[in-house]
Ligand binder design. Structure first.
Ligand SMILES: [Zn+2]
Length: 54
């Protein structure tokens, strides 16, 4: 299982219909909405404490 970084839902990576390679890592999402949200502001989800992530 992997965690959808946007909505924090646990999803089965084998069944996840939405995925994205970002900086060499593969991320999985439960829906197109979560995928699009991640693409819009990836640093907010990857490094929420990073002050550079605006
Ligand atoms: Zn989601």
């Amino acid at each position: 299982m992997v965690t959808d970084l946007v909505c924090k839902m646990e999803i089965d990576e084998k069944a996840a219909g939405y995925s994205l390679i970002y900086e060499g890592e593969k991320y999985f999402f439960c829906s197109e909405g979560c995928l699009e949200e991640f693409k819009r502001r990836p640093l907010d989800y990857l490094r929420p404490d990073d002050p550079r992530a605006e």
